[in-house]
Each structure stands twice: as structure tokens, then as C-alpha cells.
Design a protein around this ligand. Sequence first.
Ligand code: SF4
Length: 129
Amino acid sequence: MNALNGNRHPTHPRRSRGNEALTKSDSTVNLAGLVPSPGDFPSLPRQASNLVGALSRAAGAAISRRHFLVPPDIRLHRETICVACEENLAGRCRKCGCGIRAQFLRKTHLATERCPLNPPKWDAWSPHA
Ligand code: SF4
């Protein structure tokens, strides 16, 4: 039980349930103030592979003159889902290792990317969908 909010994940002592108010600080520091360990995320080779795949898909979209970035409202919608997700650990997705909010380019910015869960919590985006 979290002394701060009394709302912890039932099977993972280091995860909050994610239905707290969504703020930028919540996405970058977990509510218990714990520091995640490298083993909480995919291996570095796996994360590198994920990054190369994401950039390749985005480049393919750009080359074929399709949208490769999502509009701000879609990005914000994705980030809101990620912040509330049980896989969010200290502002990073435990499934893919991606940062959830940042000023730099992230997976949530790329139209060709989707949440790695099955079924995904958010999907690839197209203006024609
Ligand atoms: S990408 Fe999917 S699994 Fe990862 S934090 Fe976002 S919603 Fe959760």
C-alpha cells in the first residue's frame, strides 16, 4: 500500500495503478519515488532494435509521402493513455523501454507506431483512418 495515495498495483509493489491525476511529474517520477532498475525494461539490444524498427517505419512513411508524425492532439491522447498504463514505470514503458513524455521525439510522436500490448492500447495513426 502506498503511503502517499493508498493506490498500488496489486501484484507489483513498485507500480502505481495509474488512475491518479495526470501531470508531467507523474510521468517522469513514479509516485513512490523509487528508481527503476535496468532489468525492469527490455534489454538494450532489444530497445535498440525497437528504435531502429520505429525509425525505419517512420522513414518509410516519409519517403512514400505519408504522415510520419501525429498531430499534437493524437500525441497527447497517446501520452495520457501511457501515463495511466500499468506498464508505465517512472515515465518509461516496461514493454518497449520508450520514454512516455519528453521534449524530444518519442514513439508517441510517430504515426507508424503502436502500443506493444496485444491488443494495443493505442494504434498506428493515419489521417484517413
Ligand atoms: S506503449 Fe502501451 S504498454 Fe507501453 S506504457 Fe503506453 S499504453 Fe502502456
